[in-house]
Design a protein around this ligand. Structure first.
Ligand code: MTE
Length: 310
């Protein structure tokens, strides 16, 4: 008999949605006259009723949670503003994030275009407190809501020849003013992970932040969070995932390959040409503290690497 041994951080599925949320959803459906026999699965859930999701207790922090206003008001999202992190939140107004679809394609047996609402209904959401470290040396610690990317990967059945996944952000210049101002960038934003990194339980598909749906400036409606890598690997507003047998080119690596490698793991002893990585500045106070190996996730991910993958 095959018994699945749950890893420490995996939430039993029945724990993922708090009872109050479930009851709330039933009330909404009942009020809408949708709660007849057999209709529950087909009925669309109000996305807001999925939040807040139950927190996964495996992930604790060694620092206070960054205040909501700071993490949602200081953003790198070059499609909106390539220079001013505090301006991004004021430039996302025209950005349409619903409805939203993600095409999952390439070397898989079951390619599929998912609707984001379908995704959030299908995979139980949980909350995780993660440290988040930008290569520019600022850091924060926030509660993401999401689910492990591995769930989505398993659903499309990758072929054994698939070795990497390429991720692509939406390209909507009419809604993203930064794209128009910087035509020399290799838009759309794109990133990549090796298959074992993508399958790792720490790698999260995030649809929410601070117990609410993802703010536009943080990558609505769906983004990646890879907490042991520099923040630019955590691609926002994803529209495409492509399984491939070749290491995918990445946005920042194309622009400056000597500064941004494919792996981009947080390694405090490996200085970036422009920023020492030994310490980090905690937003919003910008006080310095030592950077942790793999951003503090060494016990989970060191085994993926042989020490050469920076
Ligand atoms: N994704 C897209 N599409 N465009 C971007 O400019 N910036 C990256 C990453 N994902 C970026 C992106 C960088 S450099 C960082 S540090 C994080 O998003 C910032 O995420 P945050 O704004 O939620 O803190």
């Amino acid at each position: 008999m095959l018994i699945k041994v749950r890893k420490g951080w995996e939430l039993p599925e029945r724990d993922a949605t708090p009872e109050s949320t479930y009851l709330n959803r039933r009330q909404i459906l009942k009020a809408a006259g949708m709660l007849t026999t057999g209709s529950l699965l087909a009925a669309p859930a109000d996305p807001k009723s999925l939040y807040p999701a139950k927190r996964n207790p495996e992930f604790t922090l060694d620092r206070p949670v960054t205040e909501d206003w700071a993490a949602t008001g200081y953003n790198n999202f070059y499609e909106f503003d390539p220079n001013d992190k505090q301006a991004v939140k004021d430039l996302v107004g025209k950005f349409q994030t619903s409805p939203w679809q993600i095409e999952v394609t390439g070397m898989v047996n079951k390619p599929k275009t998912f609707d984001v609402d379908e995704i959030t209904r299908t995979y139980p959401l949980e909350e995780r407190l993660y440290r988040f470290r930008c290569v520019e040396a600022w850091s924060m610690a926030v509660p993401w809501t999401g689910f492990p990317l591995s769930h989505l990967i398993k659903a499309v059945e990758p072929k054994s020849t698939a070795k990497y996944i390429r991720f692509v952000t939406a390209s909507k210049p009419k809604e993203m003013p930064g794209m128009v101002r910087t035509p020399w960038y290799p838009w759309p934003y794109h990133e990549g992970l090796r298959m074992d990194e993508a399958m790792h339980d720490l790698t999260l598909v995030a649809t929410g932040l601070y117990g609410k749906p993802m703010p536009k400036q943080n990558g609505a409606p769906i983004r990646l969070v890879v907490p042991w890598k520099y923040g630019y690997k955590s691609i926002k507003s994803i529209v495409k995932m492509e399984f491939t047998d070749k290491e995918p080119p990445t946005f920042w690596n194309k622009l400056q390959s000597s500064e941004y490698g494919f792996y981009s793991n947080v390694i405090p002893t490996k200085a970036h040409p422009r920023w020492s990585q030994a310490t980090e500045k905690v937003i919003p106070t910008m006080e310095r503290r030592p950077t942790l190996m793999y951003n503090g996730y060494e016990k989970y991910v060191a085994g993926l690497y042989n020490g050469k993958e920076f």
